[in-house]
Ligand binder design. Structure first.
Ligand SMILES: *Cc1c(COP(=O)(O)O)cnc(C)c1O
Length: 400
């Protein structure tokens, strides 16, 4: 009864922007979360690719507690130690030289769009403002990020959108070639489209885009908000494709469960931002930066977790492949990299997600018919076996 009362109040007081399941999650540890009714769930959603180390990882919690006792918040009018340490770690392990901190993926993309425009206007031509993005992409819900997002269903009702964006088919080099003009300032892409249904480009696509950017003095912005932080088995997904961007945005997994985003760039590009050009009150807040440090240190320690991500990703794809053989009329394709895995169904996947939830496994549906698996990178074989067992039962019932 308690749960029903909580949900009634949720509906009464919370703005109706999410379609929510009738579940209230109260506690989490590692791969597991528990509802207010005591029911246990195995979490293959991880707060949408956020809890990369699992729920309440002791090192992340400890870092948060220690920092909370020392300093919660100060303004960016002053230098902030955890912010500097986190930036140094990110610079050490990426192509980037400089970092701007914000609070979410959308904000990181807003910062990237502003930086790209300012850099191009000042260093290439004042007419350069247009940003090319991909159809089916997802870059966030704030107005510029929403305009960059190549999906009309998210934009409907919010027009007029921002001027200066153009969408082209993903994984198509010719489409990019045909769309660049003297106004093009940047190309902005997810290395793998996450919300768009786990779409992986051909191995040489990003190399081709990089080449076009270099030849035409255009910036390459990679949105690694979902694919970053080890999700695909490398620290960042672009490492699989043998290229580096000029600007990269990250968020989701960065804080191991706390709200933090960042926009990274080379010195050359970053120098277009000067004091007063961009800011965020909470950006680089000591608390979330402390968790970011703990998360990256844990993630990169001995490469153990990235190894685990690769091994478990392979195992999960293998087991999903076995389901595909068993249910050829229901399952169209299994695809993914590391632990960003999609299983495209021939039917809407919402009923599957609902049944899995009832049977104690959190899964997620994206692009209507793609079941997406984005568990913590610490997921184990036994967790995957449990998931497959449940999916087997759910699909068996649906087949009838
Ligand atoms: C989730 C996501 C975003 C938006 O992040 P928010 O923190 O929700 O603003 C942007 N880009 C990609 C690729 C994402 O997956």
């Amino acid at each position: 009864m308690e749960t029903k009362k909580i949900i009634d109040e949720s509906n009464l007081y919370i703005m109706n922007t999410y379609k929510r399941f009738p579940v209230v999650l109260r506690k989490g540890r590692g791969m597991k979360v528990w509802g207010t009714d005591g029911k246990e769930y195995l979490d293959f959603v991880s707060g949408v690719a956020v809890n990369i180390l699992g729920h309440c990882h002791p090192k992340v919690v400890m870092a948060l507690q220690k920092q909370a006792q020392r300093l919660l918040h100060v303004s960016n009018y002053y230098h902030i130690e955890p912010q500097i340490r986190l930036a140094k770690l990110l610079v050490k392990h990426t192509f980037a030289d400089k970092v701007f901190f914000c609070n979410s993926g959308a904000e990181a993309n807003e910062a990237a769009i502003k930086l790209a425009r300012k850099y191009a206007k000042e260093n290439v031509s004042p007419d350069r403002f247009e940003i090319i993005t991909a159809e089916n992409s997802f870059h966030g819900r704030t107005l510029a990020a929403l305009t960059a997002t190549g999906q009309e269903k998210f934009q409907k009702g919010f027009e007029p959108l921002m001027p200066g964006f153009k969408h082209v088919p993903f994984n198509n080099i010719n489409a990019i070639n045909d769309s660049i003009t003297d106004n093009t300032c940047a190309i902005m892409l997810e290395p793998i489209q996450g919300e768009g249904g786990v779409k992986i480009p051909e191995p040489d696509y990003l190399k081709g885009v990089r080449k076009i950017c270099d030849e035409n003095n255009i910036l390459l912005i990679l949105d690694e908000v979902q694919t970053g932080m080890g999700r695909t088995g490398r620290f960042f997904a672009h490492e699989h494709f043998g290229i580096i961007p000029d600007i990269m945005t990250i968020a989701k997994g960065l804080g191991g469960g706390t709200p933090i985003g960042a926009m990274l760039a080379t010195d050359k590009v970053a120098s277009a931002f000067q004091p007063g050009n961009h800011a965020s009150t909470f950006g680089g807040n000591p608390l979330v930066c402390a968790t970011g440090i703990a998360t990256i240190e844990t993630l990169l320690e001995n490469g153990f977790i990235l190894d685990q991500c690769n091994r478990m990703g392979t195992y999960l794809k293998e087991r999903l492949g076995y389901l595909k053989e068993k249910f050829p009329t229901l399952i169209k394709e299994v695809r993914g990299m590391g632990l960003l895995i999609g299983m495209e169904l021939t039917i809407e996947c919402e009923p599957v997600v609902k049944d899995c939830l009832e049977m104690g496994v959190l899964t997620n549906c994206t692009a209507g018919n793609v079941l997406r698996f984005i568990p913590p990178l610490i997921v184990q074989k036994k967790d995957i076996d449990y998931l497959i067992d449940i999916l087997d039962k759910v699909l068996e019932r649906l087949k009838k």
